[in-house]
Design a protein around this ligand. Structure first.
Ligand code: ADP
Ligand code: TRP
Length: 321
């Protein structure tokens, strides 16, 4: 069973990314025989045209993923662009991809509506994603709901290729993480870097304190009973607690006597305790450029080894050998 996933980074990671994507992925990885995880820097190029930013975001993402517990001895972790076979396979797959399929892509339309320039890269984004997956004959691909259509397209493209050139690719099974809760931002909307309402995963102490103390609340006084289910401080706090601890804290909200200032201070303390080991690890890793270079190089070598096996078959199938 091979699990594969990729992340496209276009900013610093936040608490919503951690509970909605990074943590569930890490849990799945530990349950797989083999796992491949890459940072989709070529995909990021469809939206970031600032070389310093692109380089910084991908390195930050690598450090963040190592800090939260991805183990390069157990997971093949690498930058997509370090394995040029992704783009070679993409070109071959483009010839088996009907225009109509790409024209139906929801994420392309949404991105263009948001103001991202409608480049051919953005339009053919799903084909590069299909190449990422098919290159490693992945059995399982865990992604968020927003990526479901891209996985269906991957399966369609693989089928078209298999029909035209003979059985070559495994059809991947999507693992859609439907049940992960939406983490609210400090203003109560979904936490998202586009809304500027995030709590950073690895920010400095002052930035974390500022965002937690800035959580928007109503004007209920200290003694008034409060409803935990509609309270953003509680909804964030519960992410770190066991169900017994959640119950206890919910009672405190309902009973009255807990003011918002104190509730925020408690959340801040819990957050800092929870993040402490990961922050210490991150601090260490980020200074160790030699280690990072080693992880990058070894990850790319292992990935290349797997990818080359597939490409030998693909080149032979299409007549390019
Ligand atoms: P953003 O909304 O900040 O741009 P991304 O779209 O880059 O975040 O999300 C990367 C991953 O993190 C996705 O798998 C997404 O489902 C998950 N994610 C982002 N924000 C949240 C949130 N508030 N709650 C749960 N999961 C989230
Ligand atoms: N498009 C995915 C995202 O935005 C990232 C990604 C690129 C990916 N290639 C992939 C995810 C292959 C899974 C498999 O989150």
């Amino acid at each position: 069973m091979r699990t594969l996933s990729g992340i496209q980074t276009s900013g610093r990671l936040h608490l919503g990314n951690y509970f909605g994507s990074m943590k569930p992925n890490l849990d799945l990885v530990s349950k797989s025989d083999e796992s491949v995880y890459f940072i989709a820097d070529l995909h990021a190029l469809t939206t970031i045209h600032n070389p310093k930013e692109l380089a910084m975001f991908r390195e930050e993402a690598l450090i963040d993923y190592l800090a939260i517990g991805f183990d390069p001895e157990k997971t093949i972790i690498f930058y997509q662009s370090d394995v040029p076979l992704h783009t070679e396979l993409m070109w071959i797959l483009l010839s088996c991809t009907p225009m109509g399929l790409l024209e139906r892509a929801v994420s392309y339309k949404e991105k263009v509506e948001k103001g991202i320039p409608a480049s051919a890269g953005l339009f053919t984004y799903p084909v590069l994603m299909a190449a990422d997956i098919l290159l490693y004959n992945a059995d399982r691909v865990p992604v968020g709901k927003d990526q479901k259509q891209h996985l269906e397209m991957t399966r369609d493209i693989a089928q078209k290729f298999n029909q035209a050139f003979g059985e070559t690719f495994t059809l991947p099974e999507p693992v859609i993480m439907e049940d992960v809760a939406v983490v609210p931002g400090i203003d109560g909307q979904k936490m998202s870097k586009s809304y500027g309402n995030t709590i950073p995963l690895f920010g400095d102490d002052a930035a974390i304190k500022k965002s937690i103390m800035g959580i928007v609340t109503d004007s209920k006084g200290v003694e008034e009973p409060k409803d935990p289910d509609s309270n953003v401080i509680f909804q964030l706090h519960r992410l770190f607690l066991s169900s017994a601890e959640q119950k206890k804290l919910a009672e405190k909200y309902r009973n009255g006597g807990l003011g918002y200032g104190d509730a925020k201070k408690m959340l801040l303390e819990t957050y800092m305790d929870f993040m402490k080991p990961m922050r210490e690890k991150r601090e260490k890793i980020s200074k160790d450029k030699k280690y990072l270079e080693k992880v990058r190089k070894e990850g790319a070598e292992k990935a290349l080894h797997l990818a080359e096996k597939t490409m030998v078959k693909v080149r032979k199938a299409v007549g390019l050998q």
